[in-house]
Write a protein that binds this ligand. Structure first.
Ligand SMILES: Nc1ncnc2c1ncn2[C@@H]1O[C@H](COP(=O)(O)OP(=O)(O)OP(=O)(O)O)[C@@H](O)[C@H]1O
Ligand SMILES: C[C@@](O)(CCO)CC(=O)[O-]
Length: 322
């Protein structure tokens, strides 16, 4: 079998529209890939021990620090599936996805690495194999991940996801745009998930709020599929208030959500693990999205991105073997 000179793997980042945290407790979630913000990995031949080059580390994989511990588990696991030795390649990651901001950087980086290894060794990669491998490193970062990040970042369409039950693509008709704004504060998914678990053990009131998030997610799907923009907007805002009550928001996210609502958003909420990271705001069209993005930058956002709900998706699988 001839190996590629260079194996390439790409992954989108992801945004959770609704259902973060409650998805851990078996409720549904809706998430979408954000192809404009993505990670690209190249695998090239290089005799000797396996080397990794990325913004966190440059050197022999096995000498790497804790910061690349997820990759130190997923790369050998992928090579094991491929029946290839852990040597003679260099893996180079270029990612525009900010780490620990709710955009799924750890899942996306792992997806792009696995795709590039399978591409390098000219081996077809089935989706369930990809998700199982990425799950190995996500376990390291998130403790007991629902699998939502990896499922959304590796998808080409918005997904409706339930932990342990899989996902379906959502084909919807809504034409709005999402503005994604980074609060600039590092999110803490693992800590937020662990702390919430403790709080839920002690409070029936909070457990009811998790159930309410599940109901809101089903309503959000209906609003998407029947193109009810205003309804979706108010569902998103209700979800933000519930997440705030669950203790996983952050003052900077609450401030950006309030700013977005004051400046013309139809709805807004935190997204991802929370306690920092990003928020999203729904607006009618791209022009309004640019206006709001500028206002959010003026209000202290570190960075903004625009993702049309009907956005063209990068052909992340084009040219690759999965
Ligand atoms: N460019 C990169 N190169 C190598 N590893 C990366 C890169 N970006 C992120 N990672 C890995 O992902 C980890 C960040 O994972 P973490 O779960 O904190 O953030 P995240 O995946 O963006 O989370 P979330 O979307 O839940 O906020 C980093 O510590 C690093 O190990
Ligand atoms: C907070 C959470 O729901 C999403 C993190 O992006 C955790 C998970 O799904 O594993």
């Amino acid at each position: 079998m001839r190996d590629h000179e260079t194996g390439i793997g790409v992954s989108s980042s992801k945004i959770i529209l609704i259902g973060e945290h409650s998805v851990v407790y078996g409720k549904p979630a809706i998430a979408l890939p954000v192809p404009a913000v993505h990670a690209v990995t190249q695998t090239t031949r290089c005799l000797g021990p396996l080397r990794l080059q990325c913004s966190f580390y440059n050197g022999i994989l096995n000498d790497g620090t804790d910061q690349i511990a997820g990759l130190r588990t997923v790369i050998p696991a992928a090579l094991h599936v491929l029946k290839r030795p852990e040597k003679d390649v260099t893996i180079t990651i270029n990612s525009a996805i900010p780490a620990a901001r709710g955009m799924g950087s750890s899942a996306a980086v792992a997806i792009s690495v696995v795709r590039s290894l399978f591409n390098y060794f000219e081996t077809p990669l089935e989706r369930n194999v990809l998700l199982n491998l990425v799950g190995v490193s996500e376990k390291y970062f998130h403790g007991n991940p629902s699998g939502l990040d990896a499922a959304a970042a590796s998808s080409t369409h918005p997904i409706f996801f339930m932990k342990g039950k899989g996902m379906e693509w959502i084909h919807h008709k809504l034409r709005g745009c999402l503005v994604i704004a980074d609060s600039g504060i590092k999110g803490q998914t693992k800590r937020a998930v662990t702390a919430l678990k403790q709080r839920l053990l002690q409070s029936a009131l909070l457990r009811r709020k998790v159930n309410q998030l599940g109901v809101l997610t089903s309503s959000a799907r209906e609003a998407l599929e029947t193109a009810k923009e205003e309804a979706l907007g108010s569902i998103l805002l209700d979800a933000h208030l519930l997440l705030q009550e669950l203790g996983v928001s952050h003052p900077s996210l609450d401030y950006l959500v309030a700013t977005a609502m004051k400046d013309g958003a139809i709805g807004a909420k935190m997204t991802g693990g929370g306690c920092g990271g990003c928020m999203i705001a729904l607006v009618k069209d791209v022009r309004k999205a640019h206006d709001l993005a500028n206002k959010l930058m003026g209000a202290g956002a570190a960075k903004t991105w625009i993702q049309p709900l009907q956005g063209r998706n990068l052909p992340v699988n084009a040219g690759f073997l999965d």
